[in-house]
Design a binder for this molecule. Sequence first.
Ligand SMILES: C[S@@+](CC[C@H](N)C(=O)[O-])C[C@H]1O[C@@H](n2cnc3c(N)ncnc32)[C@H](O)[C@@H]1O
Length: 366
Amino acid sequence: MQNAEIAGKANFEHIRYAQLWEDADVLTAALGDCQGGTLVSICAAGDNALAMLTLDPAKVVVVDLSDAQIACLKLRIGAFQNLTHPEFLALMGARPSTERGALLDKATSALDAQTRAFWQGLAPNVIAHGAGGVGKFERYFRIFRTRLLPLVHSRKTLDDTFVSRPKPARQTFLDQRFNTWRWRLLLNTFFSRFVMGRMGRDKAFFEHVDGSPAQHVARRIKHAAVDCDPAENPYLHWILKGTHGAALPMTWRAEHFETIKARLDRLDIRPGSLEAFVSTGEKADGFNLSDIFEYMSPDVFAQVYGSILKASAPEARLVYWNMMAPRRVPPAFADQVTTLTEVEDRLKAIDKAFFYSDFVVEQVKK
Ligand SMILES: C[S@@+](CC[C@H](N)C(=O)[O-])C[C@H]1O[C@@H](n2cnc3c(N)ncnc32)[C@H](O)[C@@H]1O
């Protein structure tokens, strides 16, 4: 198995992301028509690999370097199979619940012994925060919400953030109610490289990142709070309030529950690196690459990108995000792909996972 560059640098023993912080509505729209095809997805917490089942592919190959992240997908599989949709939302933490211990037992009852034991060890956390709240990244948001946010905004201001209003009124709300000097001070402190590295992301992940995380977050908050309607944003709701409100991420919405449940057998879970998949000789029609390129040096990125192209069927789409480090088709491969700029622009404008700075959709030429 080929080694991925980041594997030697970061610690993958614990759940880093207990839910997906990338918008599956945007991902699935970007992948286009995939009916009957083979898709490849980075697992992370598993939500987006599950969302890709709604595209009716023959299979979704799911890869991840981290066994803890693969365990997040396995939990979801058990939950789709054994819980009702309202129970699923309660277990994951989208809704408040006092039943999570029992729901966790039910969801994990048919899973392999190792995965069951892994989740049993996390039961107190799942009961307290929901299974979608137990990652390092979510813990970071929780500290922000419970310890720092109350120093800056009243409960009323936070509740009012999720009242649907026309765009000009959203700008006024942001300027007059939300973007106070206390809020700006909090952003600059909490999103300093030092604090983010200590609490949210490994420092290794910042090696290739330009610009201040706080400046970046301030720009993206305008996107989430003014350009888009916060009332429709489940990610912002979780960050500020610790649960989802009326809006849910695609995979968690009732309308997709039965479709996903009926297609779980199309998942092909392969613990290990994406690089390992692309060296098998199989061809895929679409890739959800999360934001993994951002964690690679430009040289390694170019090398991995080339190997993905070799594993791509004609017209396959490569879909990925950038948070802070710019990554797009390396010059050496520019003549082999078409950047779907119109698709990107249309979807970037509605991307609810607001902290990314770029969303890339590249299509392999015929
Ligand atoms: C890149 S992270 C980003 C997650 C996402 N931004 C989020 O907020 O949910 C997603 C996953 O990619 C995995 N990963 C990173 N590089 C990888 C690689 N080369 N092959 C397979 N998985 C990889 C990590 O283990 C992690 O679980």
